[in-house]
Design a protein around this ligand. Structure first.
Ligand code: NDP
Length: 337
C-alpha cells in the first residue's frame, strides 16, 4: 500500500486512475476545485481510503503548499491541467495553470514532502508531435521527439497550438526542475494522444463532456449523419490503459526518469463509426450509412509510432478501438445521451 496524492480527481482520466489506485489497495488524497466536486467523489467512494482536498486555483505558485504536507505521502500523480478550448486568454486560462501548476507542485514537494520518491505527470502526445512530423507519412513518433513550439507560439491565435504549448512547456519545465534541483524524488511522464473510453467521473450535463470524448457525443446525436468529419490526429488510446500507465509508472522502480508514449496505435473516424454501427443497431437513424463519405486516412498515408517502451516497460496490452468505442457509447447512454 502506498499513499498517493492525485491532482484533478474530478477529471475524465483521473477518475479512472482513482478507481485503479483504490482497487490496488493504495490510500489516496485527491484535489479538486470545489466543494461540489469533492462531495461527488466522496459519495462515489464510500468507505474508501480516500481524502478529497480543495485546491481552488492551480495557477497560484503556492497552490499545493499545504496538501503536500499530508503525512506519509510517497507518490504524487499530477493530472490537473486545462484540456478544453473554452477560454479567451491563453496565458491566464491555459498556460499558467498548466505550467505554474506543474512547477508549483514540484517545488512544494521538494520543500515539504521528503517522503515522496516518485512523481508521475500526465503530459501528452502534444509535447511529442510537430507540425512537420504530422505532415510526413515517413515520420515515426516516439518519446525521443519534442514539440518544437515555443511559449510565444502559445500566445498566438491558434487554440490547438496554445494547448500543445501548455503541455510541452509544462513537461519541459518538470524535467528541467529535476535536472537543476536534484530533488528527493524522480519523475516519469505519461504522454497519451487522444484518450477515448467510458466516463466514470461525475458530469452535471452532457455538455460538460471531456474534450476527447466529444466526437462520440456528436456521433450518437446524429452530427456525423451526412458527412464523417476529418479525424484530426490519428493516434488514440483507451482511458483505462492511460490509468494503468500512471499506476505502473509509480509501482515499477525502473520507470523513473522516463517518458512514456502511451498510444494504442492509429485510428480514424470511419473505424469509430463502423464499430458503433456494428454494435448499436438501435442507433441506425442517428448514424451515417455506409455510403456516407469522410473520416478516412489521407491517400498518402499517415505518420507512424513506436509505443514499444510503454508496451514492454509498463506491461500494457492495449484495448482495441472497437471495445473502447462500444464502452464509451454505453457509458454516454447511461448518462442520458
Ligand atoms: P478533464 O477536463 O476531464 O480533466 C482535467 C482536470 O484538470 C479536471 O480535474 C479539471 O478540474 C482540472 N483542471 C483544469 N483546469 C484547471 C485549473 N485551472 N485549476 C484547477 N484544476 C484544473 O480532461 P482529461 O481527464 O482528459 O485531462 C487530464 C489530463 O490529461 C490533462 O493534463 C490533459 O492535458 C491530459 N491529456 C488528456 C488527453 C485526452 O485526450 N483526454 C490527451 C493527452 C493528455 P475541473 O473538473 O474542476 O474542471
Amino acid at each position: 500500500m502506498t499513499k498517493v496524492l492525485l491532482t484533478g480527481g474530478s477529471g475524465f482520466i483521473a477518475a479512472h486512475i482513482l478507481e485503479l489506485l483504490l482497487q490496488r489497495g493504495h490510500e489516496v488524497v485527491t484535489t479538486v476545485r470545489s466543494d461540489d466536486k469533492a462531495s461527488k467523489i466522496r459519495d462515489a467512494h464510500p468507505n474508501a481510503k480516500l481524502a478529497v482536498v480543495i485546491v481552488p486555483d492551480i495557477a497560484k505558485s503556492d497552490a499545493f503548499d499545504e496538501v503536500v504536507k499530508t503525512p506519509g505521502l510517497e507518490v504524487v500523480l499530477h493530472t490537473a491541467s486545462p484540456f478544453h478550448y473554452n477560454w479567451t486568454d491563453p496565458k491566464t486560462e491555459l498556460l499558467d495553470p498548466a505550467i505554474i501548476g506543474t512547477t508549483s507542485i514540484l517545488k512544494a514537494i521538494k520543500k515539504s514532502a521528503p517522503g515522496v520518491k516518485r512523481v508521475v505527470i500526465t503530459s501528452s502526445f502534444a509535447s511529442i508531435l510537430s507540425e512537420k512530423g504530422l505532415a510526413d507519412p515517413k515520420k515515426v513518433f516516439s518519446e525521443a521527439d519534442w514539440n518544437p513550439n515555443t511559449y510565444e507560439d502559445g500566445l498566438k491565435d491558434n487554440k490547438a497550438t496554445s494547448y500543445r504549448v501548455s503541455k510541452t512547456i509544462a513537461e519541459k519545465s518538470a524535467w528541467k526542475f529535476i535536472e537543476e534541483e536534484k530533488p528527493n524524488f524522480d519523475l516519469a511522464t505519461v504522454c497519451p494522444p487522444l484518450v477515448f473510453g467510458p466516463i466514470v467521473h461525475h458530469l452535471n450535463s452532457l455538455s460538460a463532456i471531456n474534450t476527447s470524448n466529444q466526437r462520440f457525443v456528436d456521433l450518437i446525436q446524429g452530427k456525423f449523419k451526412d458527412e464523417i468529419p476529418p479525424t484530426g490526429v490519428y493516434f488514440w488510446v483507451d482511458v483505462r490503459d492511460v490509468a494503468l500507465a500512471h499506476v505502473e509508472a509509480f509501482e515499477r522502480p525502473e520507470a523513473g526518469g522516463k517518458r512514456f508514449f502511451t498510444t494504442a496505435g492509429k485510428f480514424n473516424n470511419r473505424e469509430v463509426v463502423a464499430a458503433v454501427r456494428k454494435n448499436f443497431p438501435e442507433l441506425k437513424d442517428k448514424l451515417p450509412s455506409e455510403g456516407v463519405k469522410g473520416g478516412d486516412y489521407p491517400e498518402g498515408g499517415v505518420y507512424g509510432y513506436d509505443n514499444s517502451r510503454a508496451t514492454k516497460e509498463l506491461g500494457i496490452n492495449w484495448i482495441s478501438i472497437e471495445k473502447s468505442s462500444v464502452d464509451t457509447v454505453k457509458s454516454l447512454q447511461a448518462v442520458g445521451a
